[in-house]
Design a protein around this ligand. Structure first.
Ligand code: 3H9
Length: 699
C-alpha cells in the first residue's frame, strides 16, 4: 500500500486511513493510494463496507494547493470521488478537524457521513480564485438544495458539524475517536440493512433566478469572478444530467485555474502564512507576555486594549486624567459589547475582562510589573519622548517598550531611553481590534527576542504581522503617501476625485483614496503637509485646494463634509460640489489646462506609483520580501485580495511594461516618477518580484 493511505480490515469493514501531514491534502500520492485501497477492499473477500478516515488534525483539508499551476496528474480527484460513489461497497466518511474543498468532495462521494461535534466542513475554493472541481457543485445541491449550496460555495465559509447536520451535509454527529466512531456507525448501518446511497442519483434540485444570483455574486465579490462562476456550475446541476454537469464544473474549474485571480489568491494564501516566518527569528524565544500596559485611551489605545483583552491578556491602561481614563474604559466596554453581540465572548467573559482583566489608571507606577507597554499617544516626537522617559523610569527590567507611531523615527524614540534594545514599533491599524494588519517596526538596536515577542503578540491577537524597517511611514503609510500623491497629481491635471475613486473601486479596492481620506480625517493629511513643508523639494507638486476645507473646520466624515457630504450617521457620502470649484481655482492659479483621463490611465498611474515606491521600500530593506509589501497592502489598505498584492499584480502585468510607463510619466514630472533602482535591476535581469520571494524562501 502507499505511504499515505493505509489499508486495514475490521471484520467485514475495510479502513482506508489517510496520513499526509500536516492536513492530509489530496496529493497525487493520496489520490493514487485511495484508488489502490478501493481496489483492494473490493477484492477482499467478505468486505461489505469501507470507512475513510484521516490521521492527525484533519480529515482532509482539500486538494494539494502546491500542485496548482502544474500539469495535473492522474488519478484526478473527480475520478476518485466517482469511484468511491460507484463502488459496490457501502462507503462511509468519518470526519474530524476540517473537511474542506476536495476533502468534503471525497465525503460527498461516500454514501454516508459521520462527523465529530467540533468538525468543520466547507468549500473554500473561491478563496483561491476557483470553484470546487471534483463534483461538489453537482452533488451538494442534490443533497441540500441550491440555496444552501450557493451560500456555502460562493462564500467559502466553514460550517460547524451541528449546522452541517441541520443542513443535511452530514448524517450523524458523534464524539470520540474518528476511526472508532466511524466503525460503529458502519456497523449500525450494516446491521440496519442500509444500502448504498449515491448522491448523484438523488433528485435534481429546484431552479432559482440564475442570472440574479450570478449578478449578486459578482457584485458581492467586487470584481472577483469565481463566486459568480460557481453559480453557473450549480446551475448545471439543475439543468444537466449529472455527468454533463460534472463536465461543466470541470470546464469552469480549468478556466479559472488559468486566471490571474487564481494566481493572486494563491499567492495571498501562501504569503499570509509565510509573512510571519522570519529566518532571523529561527530559534529565538520570545519574552514572557501576560500583561500589557497601554498609554492613551483614545480610539487607537482602546482598540489595542480590546484586542489584548479578547486574546486573554491583562491590560493596564494609562490616561492623563481620571475622566479620560473612565472614558477609555467606556470605549473598551463598547468594543467588547460588539464582541458579545457577535457571540465571540460570553456574558461571563465580558464581565471578567472588564473587572479582572482591565485596570485603568492615571499613574505610571501601575506599569511597574507589566511585560510590555504599547504607547498610543499623540503623534509628536516630544510627547513620545516624554512618555518613553517615564516608561524607562517605572517599567521592570526586560519589559518590551513599544510605540504605535505610524511614521515617527523609532530609532530616535529608542535613543531617548536607557534601554534601546527593548524598544520596538508596533503599528496597529484603526480600529485595532478589527483590522488584521500589524507592522512590527524593528529599530537599529531592537533585540531579536523583542522582535520575536512582537510577532508572538501579533499571533496571539490573530493579526497578520509584517516586519518593517524604520523610515517615514514604514512600509504601508510610505507607499500610501506616494500613490495618494499620484492621485492628487491626476486631480490637478483634470481627473475628478470621484472618477478616481470609482476607477479604483471598480479595480476592487474597498474604497477609493478620496473616500478613505474623508474616513481617516482630512486633518491628518493637512498636518502631514504642514509637517513636511519645510523640507519640500521645489519640484514637488502638492495641491492645496483641500486645505481651504480644513481651514473652515471640515475634516471629512467626522464633521459631515470633505470630498463628500455625509448625511448624519451615513457612511457613504455624495460628492461635495465645492470641491470642483476649489480644484478649478487652483488649476487656474497654477496655469494648468485640465485634460481628460480614462479609467485605465488612472489605474495605471496609481498602480505604477504604488509599485515603484514599493520597489524603493524593498530596495532600501524597509521591507525584506515582496510578499511583505503585498500582505501590508492587502490587510491594512483594502487592496483587492484577488490580485495578491501590488507586487504580485506588477508581476502579472509584466515589469518591463510597467517600467516603460513610469519612464514615460517621468517625461512630464521627473522628480515624482524616478524609477526605483530595484525595478530597473529586475527588468534588466529578466526577473520579477516573485523570484525575490522564492530566493528569500530558500535562504
Ligand atoms: C480544492 O480542494 C479544489 C478541489 O475542489 C478540486 C480539485 C481538482 N494544500 O493554515 P495553516 C498547509 S482547493 C497544501 O498554517 P491552520 C499550509 O500551507 C483546496 N498545503 O494551519 C501550512 O503549511 P506550512 C481547498 C496546505 O491550522 C500547513 O498546511 N482547501 C493545504 O491555521 C498548515 O496550515 C482549502 O482551501 C492544502 N490544501 O489551518 C483549505 N492546506 O506549515 C486551505 C493547508 O508549510 N487551508 N496547507 O506553512 C486552510 O484553510 C488551512 O490551512 C487549514 C489549517 C484550515 C486547513
Amino acid at each position: 500500500m502507499s505511504d499515505t493511505v493505509s489499508y486495514t480490515r475490521k471484520d467485514d469493514v475495510a479502513i482506508l486511513r489517510i496520513t499526509n501531514p500536516p492536513v492530509n491534502a489530496l496529493s497525487q500520492a493520496v489520490r493514487a493510494g485511495l484508488m489502490d485501497g478501493m481496489d483492494r477492499a473490493e477484492a477482499d473477500d467478505g468486505v461489505r463496507a469501507a470507512l475513510i478516515v484521516g490521521d492527525g488534525r484533519a480529515f482532509i483539508a482539500g486538494a494539494d494547493i502546491t500542485e496548482f499551476g502544474k500539469p495535473p496528474q492522474t488519478p484526478y480527484l473527480t475520478e476518485v470521488c466517482n469511484r468511491i460513489e460507484s463502488s459496490p461497497l457501502i462507503f462511509v466518511a468519518s470526519m474530524h478537524g476540517v473537511s474542506l474543498g476536495g476533502g468534503l468532495e471525497i465525503a460527498l462521494g461516500a454514501h454516508y457521513r459521520v462527523a465529530q461535534p467540533d468538525a468543520r466542513v466547507g468549500l473554500p475554493e473561491v478563496h483561491l480564485g476557483l470553484i470546487p472541481g471534483a463534483g461538489a457543485t453537482q452533488r451538494l445541491p442534490r443533497l441540500i438544495g441550491v440555496e444552501k449550496s450557493l451560500d456555502l460555495i460562493t462564500s467559502g465559509r466553514h460550517v460547524k458539524a451541528p449546522e452541517a447536520l441541520e443542513m443535511g451535509i452530514v448524517d450523524h454527529v458523534v464524539d470520540g475517536d474518528p476511526q472508532e466512531v466511524g466503525l460503529s456507525y458502519v456497523r449500525e448501518l450494516l446491521d440496519g440493512g442500509a444500502e448504498r446511497r449515491p448522491v448523484s442519483a438523488m433528485d435534481k434540485p429546484a431552479a432559482i433566478d440564475w442570472d440574479g444570483a450570478y449578478e449578486a455574486a459578482l457584485a458581492k465579490g467586487r470584481g472577483q469572478v469565481a463566486p459568480a462562476e460557481a453559480v453557473r456550475a450549480v446551475q448545471a446541476s439543475v439543468e444537466q444530467p449529472f455527468d454533463e454537469g460534472l463536465e461543466t464544473e470541470r470546464r469552469i474549474f480549468m478556466e479559472l485555474m488559468e486566471t490571474d485571480q487564481r494566481q493572486g489568491m494563491i499567492h495571498a494564501f501562501f504569503s499570509e502564512r509565510a509573512v510571519g516566518n522570519l529566518p532571523e527569528l529561527k530559534g529565538v524565544e520570545p519574552r514572557a507576555l501576560q500583561s500589557i500596559g497601554i498609554i492613551g485611551g483614545g480610539t487607537m489605545g482602546a482598540g489595542i486594549a480590546t484586542a489584548a483583552l479578547l486574546a486573554g491578556f491583562n491590560v493596564v491602561l494609562i490616561e492623563m486624567k481620571n475622566e479620560a481614563a473612565e472614558a477609555a474604559r467606556e470605549r473598551i466596554a463598547g468594543n467588547l459589547q460588539g464582541a458579545l453581540k457577535r457571540g465571540k465572548i460570553t456574558d461571563a467573559k465580558y464581565d471578567a475582562m472588564l473587572t479582572n482583566g482591565l485596570e485603568v489608571s492615571v499613574n505610571y507606577d501601575s506599569l511597574a510589573s507589566v511585560d510590555m507597554v504599547i504607547e498610543a499617544v499623540f503623534e509628536d516626537m516630544g510627547v513620545k519622548k516624554d512618555v518613553f522617559g517615564k516608561l524607562d523610569a517605572v517599567c521592570k527590567k526586560g519589559a518590551v517598550l513599544a510605540t504605535n507611531t505610524s511614521y515617527l523615527d523609532v530609532d530616535e524614540i529608542a535613543a531617548s531611553t536607557s534601554r534601546p534594545a527593548d524598544v520596538i514599533g508596533l503599528h496597529f491599524f484603526s480600529p485595532a481590534h478589527v483590522m488584521k494588519l500589524l507592522e512590527i517596526v524593528v529599530a537599529d538596536q531592537t533585540a531579536p527576542d523583542v522582535v520575536a515577542t512582537g510577532f508572538a503578540l501579533g499571533k496571539a491577537l490573530g493579526k497578520v504581522s509584517v516586519r518593517a524597517g524604520v523610515c517615514d511611514g514604514f512600509i504601508g503609510n510610505r507607499i500610501l503617501a506616494t500613490y495618494r500623491t499620484a492621485a492628487d497629481h491626476m486631480v490637478l491635471d483634470g481627473a475628478s476625485p470621484y472618477q478616481i475613486d470609482k476607477a479604483l473601486t471598480d479595480f476592487g479596492f474597498a474604497m477609493g483614496p478620496f473616500a478613505v481620506a474623508d474616513l481617516a480625517g482630512l486633518d491628518i493629511g493637512w498636518a502631514t503637509r504642514k509637517r513636511k513643508a519645510p523640507d519640500r523639494h521645489p519640484d514637488e507638486r502638492v495641491p492645496t485646494y483641500i486645505d481651504c476645507l480644513c481651514e473652515q473646520g471640515h475634516f471629512g466624515q467626522k464633521t459631515g463634509k470633505g470630498y463628500y457630504i455625509y448625511e448624519k450617521g451615513a457612511r457613504r457620502g455624495v460628492p461635495n460640489p465645492e470641491i470642483e470649484d476649489l480644484i478649478t481655482a487652483e488649476q487656474k492659479e497654477l496655469g494648468i489646462t485640465p485634460r481628460d483621463f480614462t479609467d485605465a490611465e488612472i489605474l495605471r498611474r496609481y498602480m505604477a506609483a504604488m509599485v515603484n515606491e514599493a520597489a524603493k521600500v524593498l530596495g532600501e530593506g524597509i521591507a525584506r520580501r515582496p510578499l511583505d509589501v503585498d500582505m501590508t497592502l492587502l490587510f491594512g489598505y483594502g487592496f483587492p485580495r484577488y490580485w495578491g498584492g501590488p507586487l504580485k499584480w506588477a508581476d502579472l502585468q509584466g515589469l518591463p511594461n510597467l517600467l516603460e510607463d513610469i519612464k514615460s510619466y517621468a517625461r512630464d514630472d521627473p522628480w515624482f516618477w524616478q524609477p526605483a533602482p530595484l525595478l530597473e535591476q529586475l527588468v534588466a535581469e529578466g526577473r520579477n518580484f516573485d523570484d525575490l520571494n522564492k530566493q528569500a524562501a530558500k535562504a
